[in-house]
Ligand binder design. Sequence first.
Ligand code: CAA
Length: 385
Amino acid sequence: MDFNLSEEQQMVKDMCRKFAENELAPKAEHYDRTHEFPWEHVKKLGEMGMMGVVYPEEYGGSGMDYLTYAIAVEEISRGCASTGVIVSAHNSLCLSPIYYFGTEEQKKKYLPKLCSGEWIGCFGITEPNAGSDAAGTKTVAEFKNGKWVLNGTKNFITNGGVANVAVVLAVTEKGIGHKGLSMFIVEKGTPGFSVGKTEDKLGICASSTTELVFENCEIPEENILGKKGDGFKIAMHTLDGGRVGIAAQALGIAQAAMDAAVKYSLERVQFNQPIARQQAIQWMIADMATEIQAARLLTYQAAMLIGSGPDRRRYSKNAAMAKLFASETSHRATHKALQIFGGYGYIKDYPAERFYRDSRITEIYEGTSEIQRLVIASNVLSEYQ
Ligand code: CAA
């Protein structure tokens, strides 16, 4: 295995790290406190080509590979976890299904504006009663008078309040489970489509998490994505990619927490010496460094397995392993980092508590850790049967 980054991957890593250190990290506390959406950062990331990392240049994308994308999300999240998920949800959950399952007209219509960051995208599958059980979707899309008419409510939608385009899962045929689900593209401003409640969250406070409400929302026939009945598979395919993005986000948060804790441990003097000289602290640093490196290898491997085209090799197991391990690593690393900061870790003057809060969601969205274990186990079991 070649662990060296290509020239392009290294260039993007350096560029995103510089941006994270100079622009994201210094303002992360402000955006966390105010819950403002970081428009200035998203605009710049669009200019840097990070709002359409893997999509071909003919659609306005940067035409890079998925490892470069994972590295970019990791570095961005190291500076600001909210910005990390904004980029990840936009790239992985909105652009990806349009690129892989959209018609040529849909791609030409939506991808350039999304890739440039002029438009922001979101992905609506979760509903109040359909979280882990994504096939339990209740939002309906009925075909009437040549149009699809959507009714229902999605919730916990990342980028929901700021998105110009939503990719939405709805029931088109009742009583046949996941085979009766289809995916649709809905544009902001369509009558009957509104943004509902904005969630007040524990972490990633600068990212917009809202309800999407559809009340007799009429969309053109051609806004179906893929074929009728393919919605669930499009959702699962999309989430496979999204989980690699969240693994990278978790990794970035964990790395930021470790960076801060190690620096603090070298400066903080107790018992007449920096606390970094204490073995108890060194063991925590060793565990953080080792687990972060293992999470990075799993995440990069999953990213590298993503091929191109709808028939790309299934890498669900690897994506689930990366997301599971990186998010739980992030949980443990941010916990230890806060512990190293002691009382200062518990107050908002230092970033340790923000890392701790931000990391928690990575174990929940785009499939809880329990769902990742389920995906991993079903793949492993099928390998033995
Ligand atoms: N790719 C393509 N097809 C897939 C697939 C994949 N990864 N996984 C399953 N499928 C197909 C199966 O082959 C099967 O097809 P057939 O009927 O033709 O055989 C079909 O989908 C149904 O598969 P399952 O029986 O395995 O489906 P299930 O109902 O048991 O659910 C699940 C499986 C893994 C639990 C799934 O529901 C799941 O992933 N749940 C979690 C949902 C989730 O991650 N939600 C996150 C919301 S998005 C979010 O958080 C975004 C955000 O804002 C940041």
